[in-house]
Design a protein around this ligand. Structure first.
Ligand code: CDP
Length: 310
């Protein structure tokens, strides 16, 4: 029994209801803490160098460089004639970014009226090509500066781009001229769809710019949070983006992070603001991630919006 405890240390995670109570106790009270912000940026810079490393660039990944996949055991791809030309020269963002909104896809955004608040930021980051249609504008806004796209979305929603690319290119138009951030070198099956997405956009002179997530960065951010008690096979996209924003932005507000089935009014909340499809259970540890983010909220390092916006 003792051995078992060593292999699987038992840690207690508060129940959904306890978290709701804790969040209600704290309320929407929030006080920015510049020292906390600076401290966190320093920690993230030391571990993960977000400014230089968040994307694969010609600068950090020259010809011949071996990219080790962060989501695979011992799999790599060497930068060659085929991939090198697809990388941006260097970090293309004007840094530091001032106010950033990081938008998770939680159902808590539904009827939140946070759209205007989200759009007021200088830089808006969104996860997994979320819907931004008219029905949602009031709650989630319209602006996007960076949006992540998991290769599995390309596979499922756009038939892996093996047939028509028009539906993909057209549906990207809602993201304006933002950056599309794809983990092309995380899992083996994700590379080809990501490269195809690159070409689909480039061949149609799309306004979007493809940035491939740097697997070295993703791995180091994963380690950073593991050291802080997030025990997941893989971090959620949202936590990667919040970590990136904490490294790049002067002020971060997070919306749509609420991986619980009840809301602050104790009413049921759907998993996403647009559907209620639940994630594969053991892959992410979103409630653990939430507890970490809530700590950062309480310490004034970032602001979490979990209720309605005024
Ligand atoms: O692909 P993944 O499951 O990571 O993400 P998603 O369902 O598209 O949602 C984007 C992000 O929002 C997640 O990665 C989480 O960080 C966050 N989220 C949350 O905190 N609570 C929810 N109920 C749903 C998503």
């Amino acid at each position: 029994v003792l051995c078992w405890f060593y292999i699987f240390p038992v840690y207690r995670l508060p129940r959904d209801k306890d978290i709701v109570q804790e969040v209600l106790r704290q309320g929407e009270v929030w006080q920015k803490n510049q020292t906390g912000i600076d401290h966190y940026r320093k920690l993230l810079t030391e571990c993960c160098e977000p400014r230089k490393m968040f994307a694969v660039t010609k600068e950090n990944s020259p010809m011949g460089k071996v990219l080790w996949y962060d989501g695979e055991f011992y799999h790599s791809r060497t930068v060659n004639n085929e991939t090198y030309p697809l990388f941006v020269q260097e970090n293309p963002l004007q840094l530091p970014l001032k106010k950033c909104s990081v938008v998770g896809n939680g159902g808590i955004l539904r009827n939140s009226k946070c759209g205007r608040d989200i759009d007021q930021a200088d830089f808006v980051l969104r996860c997994n090509l979320p819907p931004l249609s008219k029905d949602y504008v009031e709650d989630v806004g319209t602006k996007t500066h960076m949006v992540t796209a998991n290769p599995s979305i390309v596979e499922k929603r756009f038939q892996n781009l093996l047939w028509s690319r028009k539906a993909f290119v057209d549906s990207m138009k809602v993201y304006g001229s933002s950056y599309i951030y794809m983990p092309a070198f995380s899992m083996k099956p994700g590379t080809d769809p990501s490269l195809r997405a690159y070409y689909a956009l480039a061949d149609t002179s799309s306004n979007l710019t493809m940035l491939f997530a740097n697997p070295e960065f993703l791995r180091s951010v994963g380690k950073f949070w593991k050291g802080r008690g997030v025990h997941a096979k893989r971090l959620s996209t949202g936590l990667f983006l919040v970590s990136l924003a904490l490294g790049l932005c002067e002020e971060v507000t997070a919306y749509g992070f609420w991986p619980f089935s009840v809301g602050l009014d104790e009413q049921p909340v759907s998993h996403h603001y647009y559907d209620n499809i639940l994630p594969y259970k053991w892959f992410h540890a979103m409630p653990e991630e939430f507890v970490q983010l809530w700590q950062l909220h309480k310490s004034g390092t970032l602001r979490m919006r979990v209720g309605c916006c005024p």
